[in-house]
Design a protein. Structure first.
Length: 339
């Protein structure tokens, strides 16, 4: 990648970064976005570009972003390959929200004068929508409408350094293990940050290669993407469930937002237990105090699993543009990570 330059536009959604690469300048082959993800995983040129943009000194261990690709067919506006420090993910709700804002702000998708504009996006787990709301030219919010989400397994026992824990496993575009932070003597607070990461990694790797993490339809979506540790904060005055979470994904990476696809996994789990019903709102906070609202917009079934279509509401903000370079004499090359 000598004398290589690449331009990005950066956003954050609920505090979580999303680095958008409109022109990756490398060949990413495949008939669909799901196929392109598999190509990217095995292709050193694409993977080196991910490392360049994600690793230090241009990024950091918790960096996140995406390469824009063509959609699977004309029914979508664009496709995207999501990436993080350890590879390419199957889904990303906070990134989808950021892409909705970016698509409108760049004119890639024309703003509907009605005040509601759908930006349809193909991602590795399927087709999703960023429903962008506006007043005049000002964007005021985004709904992320996800793929069908459902619980795969309940109260699976996992042995950890903090004893045996029971976790639920759900798919929300990616597969998440979920456990009450109090069950391991923790709370979702910054002072417990390192301990939350440690137990999140333990649970992920204990379950990642088991049948509990097997996707029922597409094995490319198998594996535990992350562990969600949550505090149950009860309900609001209208009876809507309220929780605070930290999502530890990839290998110890932490989502600063309430996590879009993770919120969908929680919606699926809560719906399966009856704790969240159609017509209710799920209030989901992050470890840094940002908030998503979520609801069930439709009920269905996937491979015998009762499923829901979740909708997650948030907002993304542009933080800047970059033009990154790599000097051929730079011995650090594409960079490094310390975690």
């Amino acid at each position: 990648m000598s004398n290589f330059t690449i331009s990005t536009v950066d956003y954050h959604t609920g505090g979580e970064p999303f680095r958008i690469v409109a022109d990756p300048s490398v060949a990413i082959e495949g008939a669909t976005v799901a196929d392109r993800r598999m190509f990217a995983i095995d292709n050193s040129e694409v993977d080196n570009l991910r490392k360049l943009l994600c690793f230090e000194p241009r990024g950091h261990a918790d960096m996140y972003g995406g390469f824009i690709t063509p959609p699977d067919d004309p029914g979508a506006d664009l496709g995207v390959l999501f990436w993080h420090k350890d590879g390419f993910s199957t889904a990303c709700g906070h990134g989808t929200i950021a892409l909705g804002v970016w698509a409108i702000q760049t004119g890639r998708v024309a703003l509907d004068p009605s005040g509601t504009t759908d930006v349809v996006i193909d991602v590795p787990s399927g087709r999703v929508t960023a429903r962008v709301y506006s007043t005049g030219q000002q964007i005021t919010g985004v709904d992320f409408v996800n793929v069908p989400s459902y619980r795969l397994d309940e109260q699976v026992t996992v042995s950890t350094s903090r004893g045996e824990v029971a976790v639920d496993i759900s798919f929300g575009g990616a597969i998440y293990a979920q456990l009450d932070a109090a069950s391991v003597g923790l709370a979702v607070r910054p002072e417990h940050y390192s301990d939350l990461i440690a137990i999140g990694r333990e649970v992920k790797w204990a379950l990642n290669d088991t049948e509990h993490a097997r996707h029922p339809v597409d094995d490319r979506l198998s594996g535990i993407y992350g562990t969600i540790l949550f505090d149950d904060l009860g309900t609001d005055h209208e009876g809507n469930p309220h929780q605070r979470n930290i999502t530890v994904f990839a290998d110890g990476e932490v989502d600063r937002s309430p996590c879009g696809s993770g919120t969908c996994a929680r919606v699926a789990t809560l719906a399966s237990t009856g704790a969240l019903k159609p017509g209710q709102k799920f209030i989901h906070d992050s470890i840094v105090g940002t908030r998503f609202h979520a609801r069930i917009v439709e009920e269905s079934t996937v491979a015998g699993h009762p499923a829901v279509i979740p909708e997650v509401t948030g907002m993304a903000y542009r933080t800047g543009e970059h033009r990154f370079e790599i000097d051929p004499a730079d011995e650090l090359g594409t960079g490094f990570v310390l975690r």
